[in-house]
Ligand binder design. Structure first.
Ligand code: AGP
Length: 367
């Protein structure tokens, strides 16, 4: 084949390792250090049109939807525009109100996902403006949009998406930077984020280098029939994506929950047999998150904590995975990368077909 996994055991593994290079490609030529902004010519929007945007609605399916949630948070934080993500597969069925001052963003690796494509068509039929964050050049969704940002992740073959998702996050960061700088984001903050973005590829590489340690943790997690992935605010979409990846290829029941919602129900399920992977970045919620870890530990729930160096987990017995620090807004992607490795090594340990998990297709092109 023109493109094969070569020396690697699977495409997923190869594609995970390609992330630092892929991340460099999506950023290349798009960062303007002088003005602390991003250049995204493909959006086809001038500053006046950009300023007129009152709201952003992000549409994608599965993991693209979860990264869309990360993107919405970036847009709200950096550009101060109300933003949210919705599963594209649900969108058109609720007869959505399409507003002229809303920017719709379709996000898709393949550019062929039928639910996302139909959502884009629904918006356009009602006169809305849609831009795409798409990996495959010239794909159906890319062609249907008014403009967009190509993700330049390169071909992605494994059903479990990795490098395309990372580049989606970076694409959202570029979009938020550009929208932010046309609005109220200061030049200093713009430069701060550019500096942070340029460190991301190297930091992803640092996480990937810790494969042995992550493989050991994954092997233990693979023994459990059921797991929780928890996080809140910036950490929650990462938890959702971690659970998604885990269930796709390890076939374990992996459920994502907001840490804050645990005590409203799922805490009843915590026991020695049900491990929790907790995403606990160093942010304004750390101490509350650590409080929740205590609740889990008190019920003898095994804990794996993805966090930052220096975060004090108190007396909680947990396996910790420290990720490198960057600007807080950019944390979600660095918190997600170790979760890919956990899913991959769990599936490998269980002897599953990594690239072609049962019941799933790389892109879902029929309704
Ligand atoms: C990711 O690991 C999944 N296989 C799946 O959720 C995927 O992200 C979703 O089907 C959307 O695909 P797309 O990005 O090609 O539109």
């Amino acid at each position: 084949a023109a493109y094969d996994a070569g020396e690697y055991d699977s495409f997923m593994y190869k594609e995970m390792l390609e992330q630092p290079a892929a991340a460099e490609r999506v950023l290349r030529g798009r960062l303007d250090e002088r003005f602390g902004t991003a250049h995204l010519g493909g959006l086809n929007m001038d500053p006046r049109e950009t300023r007129a945007i009152r709201r952003v609605k992000i549409l994608g399916c599965g993991s693209a939807y979860y990264v869309g949630q990360m993107g919405a948070a970036l847009l709200e934080e950096l550009a101060r525009i109300p933003a949210d993500a919705e599963a594209a597969s649900e969108f058109r069925y609720r007869n959505p109100v399409i507003e002229p001052d809303t920017l719709y963003v379709a996000v898709s690796q393949s550019g062929e996902t039928i639910d996302t494509l139909l959502a884009v068509q629904e918006v356009r039929r009602k006169g809305g403006r849609v831009v795409g964050l798409v990996n495959v050049v010239g794909s159906a969704i890319a062609r249907e949009c008014d403009g967009g940002i190509y993700l330049h992740a390169g071909p992605e073959v494994a059903v479990a998406s990795t490098k395309a998702l990372t580049n989606m996050f970076l694409g959202f960061a570029l979009l938020a930077l550009q929208l932010g700088r046309v609005r109220d984001l200061s030049i200093a903050d713009g430069k701060r984020l550019i500096e942070g973005l340029s460190r991301i590829p190297g930091q992803i590489a640092q996480i990937l280098e810790r494969e042995d340690e992550l493989a050991e943790v994954a092997t233990r997690l693979a023994e459990s029939e059921s797991l929780f992935f928890i996080g809140r605010v910036r950490g929650f979409p990462a938890a959702r994506e971690g659970a998604q990846k885990f269930k796709e290829i390890s076939y374990r029941h992996a459920e994502a929950y907001q840490t804050s919602e645990l005590k409203h129900g799922p805490l009843a399920l915590i026991s020695e047999a049900v491990p929790t992977v907790a995403v606990v970045p160093d942010d304004e919620l750390t101490s509350r998150n650590v409080g929740a870890l205590h609740e889990i530990a008190a019920r003898r729930g095994p804990l794996v904590v993805v966090t930052h160096e220096g975060v004090d987990l108190g007396e909680v017995a947990a396996v910790r995975i420290d990720v490198p620090r960057n600007e807080r807004e950019l944390d979600p992607i660095l918190l997600t990368v170790p979760l890919q490795m956990l899913a991959y090594h769990a599936a490998l340990h269980l002897g599953h077909d990594i690239d072609k998990p049962r019941n799933l297709a790389k892109s879902v092109t029929v309704e």
